[in-house]
Structure formats: C-alpha cells, structure tokens
Design a protein around this ligand. Structure first.
Ligand SMILES: Cc1ncc(C[n+]2csc(CCOP(=O)(O)OP(=O)(O)O)c2C)c(N)n1
Length: 469
C-alpha cells in the first residue's frame, strides 16, 4: 500500500496542496480510473486554453504493479528456487571447467545469473511447449545466457554430461554445444540465432507480425501462441533492437512480449553511468505505443515505501543514477545506509531498525518477488498491445580476485566478469556439476502443475526488470 503523502510539491504554494488534496480524495472515493479520466479531461482543457502541458513518458521509479494488486505466486517457491540454484551452479561449473581446460574460452557466466529467475518463472509458468494440436510459444533467448539454457536442458535429461563437457567445442568433439543459440549449429536444440545483439528483438517483432499476418488470412490457425524475446539492457543500444518498435504497436501485436534484463552493466562497463536505462527504455517503449511494466524493487522495500510519508524515499530513488546504484551494490549495506538512506534524516529514520540485517537484505542481488514477476507476466497477457517488461537485476561490478565456491551460488555471480575466462584461469576450485537429471526430474515433475493458457489479448509488451540496490 502506498503511503499517504503530505503534498511535497511546492509547499509554499497553498493552492497546489489544495488541488492535490482534492485529487487524493477523488481517487480514494471513486477509484484510480476516475483519477485517470479527470487528468485526461484537464489535460485536454489545458491544451485548448493554450497552456503548455509537458509530455512525460516516465512513471515513478518503482514497480508498475502496486503491492495490493499482486497475486500470490502459484508455484512452489522453495522447489523452484532450489532448481534455479542448481541450474545456475551447473551453468557456472560448465563454463568454469571449460576455461580451466582451454584458457580464454570465455562463456559469459554472469549474464545467466541475472536472467535465471526470469527464465525459470517463464519456463515454469508461462512458456508453452507444443503438444496435441497446441503449437508451442517461440522464445528468443538472450544469446550469451546460453549456459543457463544448456544447464536446464541437462537437468531435464535432454543433454548429457558429455554435451556440457564440450561446451563451445561443437566443431571439435561430439556431442558438443555451440557458444550461442544457433539452429544451424544445433538444429535439434535452438530455434533462433540471437547472439549478434539486436537480432533477437528485431526478429521477434517480425515473427509475431507474420504469424498474425498468416492467421488473419486463414493460412494458419489462430492460436494463443506467444513470441517471447529476452533482451539485454546493453543490447537495446543496438539500432536493430529499437528500430521496429512502432511496427509492433501499429500492428497491435498482443502475441509479443519483450523481457528486458536490466542488470545495468555490459561487458565494458555500465550501460548508463549518469542516467537510468530503465527510465530511458520506459519512455522509448511507451512512446512507441507498447505496454510497459517495470519491476524494480523486491518486496523488502514494500514496508519502507509504505512508511514513506515524506515522499523522500521515492525522491531518493528518482535522483540516484545507475552509476550510483552500481556503487551501492558493490560497497554493501553500510554504504547503502550512509550514502543512499543517509542523504535525508527522514529516509535514514526508515532504516533505523534494531535488526542490522535489514540493510544487508536491501542490497541482496535478488529479484523483485515472484509475486510481482508472475503478476507482471500475467498482466502482459491481458492488454491490447505489445508489451515490455523491464527487470533490473544488478550485475555486480567487477572486483579483483577469485570468487569462493559458495559465492558462486549467489545470483548475478558475486565477483566475476561477464566473460568466464578472466577469473576461471586463477580460480583454485575444481567445480563439478551438482545433480543428476534423473534425481531432479523425479522431484521436479512431482511438484509442477500444467500451465494454463491465458485468454488471448491484442498488443505487444515490454517487461523490464532490475533489482536496483
Ligand atoms: C552486435 C554485437 N556487438 C558486440 C557483441 C559482443 N557482446 C556480447 S555480450 C555484450 C554485452 C551485452 O550486454 P547486455 O546486453 O547488457 O547483456 P548482459 O550480459 O549484461 O546481460 C557484447 C558487447 C555482440 N554479441 N553483438
């Protein structure tokens, strides 16, 4: 629940405070849709009267879906979390082992770490395989997150340990795995090539468009099949990623969902230092006519936001840029208390709690809650437009030294770079794969229920995600 604010806007201007109070009352008594109608009417009147109404495409830097609208997670979180950790471990172990044997082979281990939760929620609750007369969804995977997709296929029993042992050696040894998704190199495994950044998002739009084209001409059956594209935030700087966005909304591609993995970092540094990539993307996608859902903060932040009566916590979230968020992530809880909350006495008071661990919890590189994610993905199936979901899940800036084995199980791997090679060469630990697929498969299938197909809806979506601190 959002805190009731004490009208922080220009408090010396009493009239504004009065208008805000009246507006708050309307929303409280008649609901948010009445609030939208009123603002719409006022904007129209202001424009007719020649008042300059600025166009603002950014919403506050917080989760689009309010806590009170979140739905309970339908899956078994404990089982799913355990499976996700095993997959993440195996992905890392596969890349690491290969780099020990073949120095410099690379492998992008941290990309999948930031994507693991998103992909797992997708696999467990949203993606549909084809069975019977139901055609499966199409998924464009973020290309350099391929180790995670291989690791999952291993747990499912679709790949063997020999495959994983030959990661990036598909031309030398058999059976082998190609570095990145490519149907020419692995025709039985990958549907689409994605690793040249920008190919995935562009092709996903055209895939969705021509599916619709064929359906509308009765050349293929109309089905609720979706096209999913998992996109890196750095990848959105490629002209191919953003060049056809308006086509998706013009064609009302409700069969298309982009999920942008905003870990704020790419190979060579922050995606944005002095700005906010999430806000940039929100404005670009909204302006192009997409539905946008931002998933930024985990549920640890809900009680703090509920107590933020001064509005200064929200203000602090707005004023920090991505470079600062990365610094908070790297420096840990005490720094977050001092540098983030400590800027205003009101925000500092929010974390003056006897449980010291609270600070630490706030900096954990965890994702927004599964509630939020599930709700975001569900909403993405019910609006009449293309959709983008924006998730920030921070990659930790690189530190010198070798990670310990335990730390490697932390999401968005604790201290390694995007490339596997740099740290693997110096890491003393011999890593092995963690579970047999047979063992996992039996516990997995006991706990998963079939995924129901949501009602069809017309337009494309973007979900963008990140866990900012
Ligand atoms: C067109 C193109 N240029 C360069 C690369 C090399 N490359 C691979 S991953 C990467 C950075 C990706 O950053 P981001 O999209 O933010 O993904 P992350 O790994 O951080 O999740 C680059 C530059 C590429 N694959 N394609």
């Amino acid at each position: 629940m959002n805190a009731t604010k004490t009208a922080p806007v220009a408090p010396d201007f009493d009239e504004i405070a009065e208008w805000i109070e009246a507006f708050d009352q309307l929303v409280k008594q008649e609901g948010s849709s009445q609030g939208t109608l009123l603002l719409d009417a006022l904007t129209r009147r202001a424009r007719e009267s020649g008042v300059d109404v600025p166009v603002k495409l950014n919403t506050p830097y917080r989760n689009t879906i309010p806590v009170e609208d979140e739905v309970p997670y339908p899956g078994n979180r404990e089982v799913e979390r355990r499976v996700k950790s095993l997959i993440r471990w195996n992905a890392m172990a596969m890349v690491h082992r290969q780099n020990k044997e073949d120095a410099g082979i690379g492998g992008h281990i941290s990309t999948y770490s930031s994507l693991a939760a998103l992909l797992e929620v997708g696999f467990n609750h949203f993606f549909h395989a084809s069975y019977g007369d139901q055609p499966g969804d199409f998924v464009y995977f973020q290309g350099h997150a391929s180790p995670g997709v291989y690791a999952r296929a291993f747990l499912e029993g679709r790949l063997t340990e020999d495959h994983l042992r030959n990661f990036r050696h598909e031309l030398r040894e058999a059976p082998g795995l190609s570095s990145y998704p490519h149907p020419w190199l692995m025709p039985e495994f990958w549907s689409f090539p994605t690793v040249s950044m920008g190919l995935g998002p562009l092709n996903a739009i055209y895939q969705a468009r021509f599916m619709r084209y064929l359906e509308n001409r009765s050349l293929i059956a109309k089905t609720p099949r979706k096209v999913w594209a998992f996109v890196g935030d750095g990848e959105t700087d490629e002209p191919e990623s953003m060049g056809s966005l308006t086509l998706a909304s013009r064609e009302k591609l409700d069969n298309l969902v982009f999920v942008v993995n905003c870990n704020l970092q790419r190979l060579d540094g922050p995606v944005r230092g002095n700005g906010k990539i999430i806000n940039e993307l929100e404005a670009a996608f909204s302006g192009a006519g997409w539905n946008v859902i931002k998933v930024i903060w985990s549920s640890d932040w809900d009680p703090l936001l509920a107590q933020d009566t001064s509005g200064l916590l929200q203000q602090r979230m707005e004023e920090c840029v991505d470079g600062e968020y990365q610094s908070f992530k790297a420096k840990g809880g005490t720094n977050v208390r001092e540098a983030f909350f400590g800027k205003y006495p009101e925000t500092l008071a929010l974390v003056e709690h006897p449980r010291r661990s609270r600070d630490t919890a706030l900096v954990r590189p965890r994702h927004a809650t599964p509630h939020t994610r599930k709700r975001s993905l569900a909403t993405s199936r019910s609006r009449r437009s293309a959709s983008v979901l924006i998730f920030p899940f921070l990659k930790r800036p690189r530190k010198k030294g070798c990670p310990t084995v335990r730390r490697m199980t932390v999401p968005k791997s604790a201290t390694c770079t995007s490339e596997g090679s740099n740290w693997a060469a110096t890491c003393p630990h011999a890593l092995s794969l963690k579970v047999s697929s047979r063992r996992l498969r039996s516990s997995f299938s006991r706990n998963l229920s079939p995924v129901p197909r949501a009602a069809p809806s017309p337009q494309p979506w973007v979900l963008s995600a990140c866990c900012a601190i």
